[in-house]
Design a binder for this molecule. Structure first.
Ligand code: ZN
Length: 314
């Protein structure tokens, strides 16, 4: 495959761009792992946004609580991939009719079956699972496939492959699956404006986390002085006009913080800031894994008082 450089990358949120780049640039050996991590990064991002939006709608009285979602968010000892998928589906499902921030489009996109690369990847992945791994689960043959279903199928694949391998490194079809799923994930990302138009911003470091490298944006990207999170999601806005002085009226307000499921924190091993996804909560203290091909380390936990936010919310 052709090598991609940071310049050529799509302008997706940092962890997604980084894993997409890694998947393209990996050799045959490493591609399967990188593509599975890319699926994780997309799933974690959608799950986080879904939960952030869900809580915002809940606190402003626009929706009723979803008991299934609340129960899952209350059991965070060790967060499993299936939990992120449940958060994405239930969180976006609960807020599908809500108008706040235009996120109902994201809900509709996530649930709506589509043709093209997403459906092709689903069929290709399912074929390998049925023929090579003896899959006979609930996900059947489909003509059109929703983004939600492709991500859930990737999780089913991970589970059944893990059981079948029993300690072996590969089952001989890894590179086929990697190619199929990489194409599907790219089609999935391209089929929604959400990943490029809603922007991820780290207010404390003043860094815009879109694309394969963090950048310090020019105005009007600013954050409220009392920004409570390390990561904020911004709605689509006009491109800044660098020839004019920034006007306060043009400032974009963030939709909601992505903490505490996704954070931007220093990794002591890398000696760099990384986006981290919640790995689990041990004795009230959350632990995070760095979502970057060069990281994967445990990120420093948040202050204890922040940890209680998770428990209160759950
Ligand atoms: Zn690290």
């Amino acid at each position: 495959m052709e090598r991609l450089t940071a310049k050529e990358m799509y302008r997706y949120p940092l962890p997604v761009s980084r894993w997409l780049e890694a998947a393209w640039n990996a050799g045959d050996e490493g591609r399967h792992e990188a593509v599975m991590r890319l699926a994780d990064a997309v799933t974690f991002y959608l799950g986080t946004v879904a939960v952030g939006h869900y809580y915002q709608a809940l606190y402003t009285g626009q929706i009723e609580a979803d008991p299934t979602l609340s129960r899952s968010l209350g059991s965070l000892k060790r967060v499993l991939p299936g939990q992120w998928l449940l958060w994405a589906a239930r969180g976006l499902g609960a807020t599908a009719d809500d108008n706040a921030g235009g996120m109902e489009q994201l809900s509709a996109w996530y649930m709506r079956p589509q043709n093209g690369g997403v459906a092709e990847a689903y069929r290709g992945l399912r074929e390998v699972m049925v023929e090579r791994l003896g899959y006979s689960g609930e996900y059947g043959s489909r003509e059109t496939v929703a983004p939600r279903v492709l991500l859930e199928m990737a999780d089913q694949y991970r589970i059944i492959r893990g059981k079948r391998l029993e300690g072996q490194a590969s089952f001989g079809h890894d590179s086929q699956v990697a190619g199929v799923l990489l194409g599907g994930l790219e089609a999935l990302l391209e089929s929604s404006d959400f990943f490029t138009e809603y922007e991820l911003y780290a207010p404390q470091q003043r860094q815009l986390l879109m694309g394969a490298k963090p950048v310090t944006p020019m105005p009007p990207m600013t954050a409220p002085g009392d920004a409570e999170g390390t990561l904020l999601l911004y709605p689509p806005g006009e491109a800044p006009d660098y020839t004019k002085r920034p006007s306060l009226q043009n400032e974009r307000a963030p939709l909601f913080p992505l903490d505490p499921l996704l954070i931007y924190a220093r990794c002591d091993v890398c000696d760099a800031y990384r986006v981290g996804a919640l790995r689990g909560v041990i004795e009230g203290a959350p632990t995070y894994m760095g979502l970057d091909p060069e990281c994967g380390h445990n990120l420093a936990a948040m202050e204890q008082e922040d940890a209680t936010i998770i428990e209160d919310r759950a």
